[in-house]
Design a protein around this ligand. Structure first.
Ligand code: ADP
Ligand code: MG
Ligand code: ZN
Length: 617
């Protein structure tokens, strides 16, 4: 069965930097100022808030990419307050909705929500209110399931629309639309129906997950037209990042870390499994910390109780699966510890983002071991990811889609692994590259482990490596992702390639002598500087992936124009010394050679295709 990727054109306009949207001359400017202070108690607007509000109030479809804690809610709550009519908000979790409504009611803004597990009479009452001429609500929250399954809701929305009372449609946590994102929810994909039914009502989509592919998916699925995109830096300067080898003493290490840096302060420890949550929590209690666990197999009342204890500071550490956290509003979380490998860089960035919302210094520590990678990979293939019960249901209903989903998840996980293994580059840079953002590592100011330890640098000419990588991309037909190219370059396909006599063999394993992280640094640099471009492709099955293409005019300079590529490497660091052998990896140990990706067997679709390519020529 042929895999024919097709590129989908998407129509959007960059809004950030467009002065029009920061104007103070909109008819509603004064009203915004007054209500922002009086009702919401804010002294000013945060970056992009005013711009987003002006764009959505001008009637445009708007897509907002703003980091967790950036203040997305205000960009629809304030317009909801000052515009006539009612704002419909789609939000993925009832707990999240309840939290928002509580805040709105505290500020005297009439708001309500509809969810499937509400009493029928209560639902009827709310629907009746929507029908009334003087509907009191300014905001109505619903879950995506409600939109998908309730005809009554759609009828009432139509009735509001006819009476010119449907002011705006807001899709919060919009990345849930995308399979490429880390929180895929099938019911989000049906939300395109809203734009079809109400084409003139402005849509505002909000997310803290900003890879190009997620953006395309969201804009597509929601049917946004000429939508204006606002994005801002995802860098969180007050978060200090580090990756630490995970050993048998991991729990003692965590105890020590908290004791020495954050004793009695508030934090989250993310664990892979429910068992881990309980185990880690118990151990920390033994060590004298006030901790509790939180995971998906606890009943809702139990979970609510733990969350409440935590927000009231009766316990200060929560050991949780990723089921915990979406929409958490606690400003003084001082540390986020990952007891095991996160499933994607987006997920990691978002989980870390729950720390330090008050802007004060907070720590993000990731305990990494190779064996966790295997564990997560296994869980992915079992489709047993707790944070996403949808995945398993989805698998059963559609096998070819589940294959794509697994591929996407594996790709995401591999990127996370290479993040952990990189001990050269600034952690911020590594995260932000993933979000398509340029970042100057010198602004990190030694607030990540890599910048801290790599004090002196040497400059190294990597032009030859760069050329080899470009050639490899060409020779393999410009149809693979960067992680795949790196695997070939570093020698992961050895048995297979040895069988064939082909020109590519020259380049296969060409990068074998390079220290970990080096080849990937050069490759990322090539993408960064536009020698290679990363193209987002969408298959007929609906999954997305990014594929490396060669930018010929730029590359010509490299091959014929005498252009050199010089990169900085730590002068003391082991990472910069070539010639280290990759042989004999031993599981569970943490030296650089033993953690190299190529040792890992990753049977993905594209690898099979490479195989065919080699033999065909
Ligand atoms: P997001 O949804 O982007 O993660 P929220 O909308 O939950 O972020 O806002 C995070 C916190 O920032 C909230 O406590 C909110 O009250 C606060 N906040 C939002 N906008 C402002 C502002 N302009 N000034 C001060 N605080 C703000
Ligand atoms: Mg939010
Ligand atoms: Zn750094």
């Amino acid at each position: 069965e042929a895999f024919i990727p097709k590129i989908i054109e998407v129509n959007y306009i960059e809004g950030s930097g467009d002065k029009r949207w920061s104007s103070l001359d909109f008819p509603w400017t004064k009203k915004l100022e007054v209500n922002n202070k009086k009702v919401f108690g804010n002294h000013s607007f945060r970056p992009n808030q005013r711009e987003v509000i002006n764009a959505t109030m001008s009637g445009c479809d708007v897509f907002v990419l703003m980091p967790t804690g950036g203040g997305k809610s205000l960009t629809y709550q304030l317009p909801a307050l000052v515009c006539p009519g009612i704002t419909l908000v789609i939000s993925p979790l009832v707990s999240l909705i309840q939290d928002q409504i509580m805040h709105l009611l505290q500020a005297n803004i009439p708001a309500s929500y509809l969810s499937a597990n509400m009493e029928w009479t209560e639902q009827q009452e709310i629907l009746r209110e929507l029908n009334s001429d003087y509907c009191k609500y300014k905001l109505l929250y619903v879950t995506p399931e409600k939109v998908a399954r309730s005809d009554a809701l759609l009828r009432h929305l139509e009735s509001l629309h006819v009476r010119d009372l449907l002011a705006r449609i807001v899709i919060d946590e919009a990345h849930c639309v995308s399979q490429w994102g880390h929180d895929f929810r099938p019911d989000y994909q049906g939300l395109g129906v809203l734009k079809q039914k109400f084409p003139t009502t402005p849509v505002l989509a909000l997310t803290a997950t900003a890879t190009a592919s997620v953006k395309e998916d969201v804009v597509q699925a929601l049917g946004l037209v000429n939508c204006i995109v606002f994005r801002q830096s995802f860098n969180r300067p007050n978060l200090w990042y580090s990756v630490v080898p995970k050993t048998k003493k991991c729990l003692e290490d965590i105890d020590k870390f908290i004791r020495e840096n954050h004793f009695d302060e508030c934090g989250i420890i993310y664990c892979l499994s429910r068992m881990d949550c309980e185990k880690v929590s118990e151990k920390l209690q033994e060590c004298g910390h006030k901790s509790a666990f939180y995971h998906g197999s606890m009943d809702p009342a139990q979970r609510a109780f733990v969350q409440k204890q935590w927000s009231k500071d009766e316990i200060n550490i929560i050991c949780a699966t990723v089921a915990f956290g979406m929409g958490i509003n606690k400003p003084d979380v001082r540390f986020v510890i990952h007891h095991s490998l996160p499933k994607s860089i987006e997920g990691y960035h978002q989980e870390c983002g729950r720390a330090g919302r008050d802007g004060l210094r907070s720590s993000c520590v990731l305990y990494y071991s190779y064996s966790d990678y295997i564990r997560v990979k296994h869980m992915l293939s079992q489709g047993a990811m707790e944070q996403n019960p949808m995945i398993s249901g989805y698998n059963r209903s559609n096998m070819s889609n589940s294959g794509r989903l697994l591929e996407t998840n594996t790709e995401n996980l591999l990127r996370m692994v290479s993040y952990c293994e990189n001990d050269v580059d600034c952690r911020r840079l590594l995260q932000l590259v993933h979000f398509g953002e340029k970042f100057d590592s010198s602004t990190c100011q030694k607030t990540c482990d890599n910048c801290l330890k790599n004090t002196s640098f040497i400059e190294k000419d990597v032009t030859e490596i760069a050329k080899q990588l470009v050639e490899l991309v060409k020779l393999t037909g410009q149809k693979f992702s960067s992680s795949h190219i790196l695997e070939v370059f570093r020698g992961s396909l050895s048995q297979m390639v040895k069988k064939h006599r082909h020109e590519t063999i020259r380049l296969h394993s060409a990068g074998k002598h390079l220290a970990k992280g080096e080849a990937s640094r050069v490759l990322h640099h090539l993408v960064f500087e536009d020698f290679l471009t990363e193209e987002v492709k969408k298959s007929d099955y609906g999954s997305t992936s990014s594929i490396l293409k060669v930018n010929e005019p730029k590359v010509r300079n490299l091959f014929f124009g005498g252009q050199k590529i010089i990169l900085r490497f730590p002068s003391s660091g082991k990472a910069s010394k070539p010639g280290k052998s990759d042989a004999n990896p031993a599981k569970g140990s943490l030296t650089s050679a033993k953690l190299n990706l190529p040792q890992v067997d990753i049977p993905t679709q594209p690898q099979t295709e490479v195989d065919l390519d080699f033999s065909a020529k």
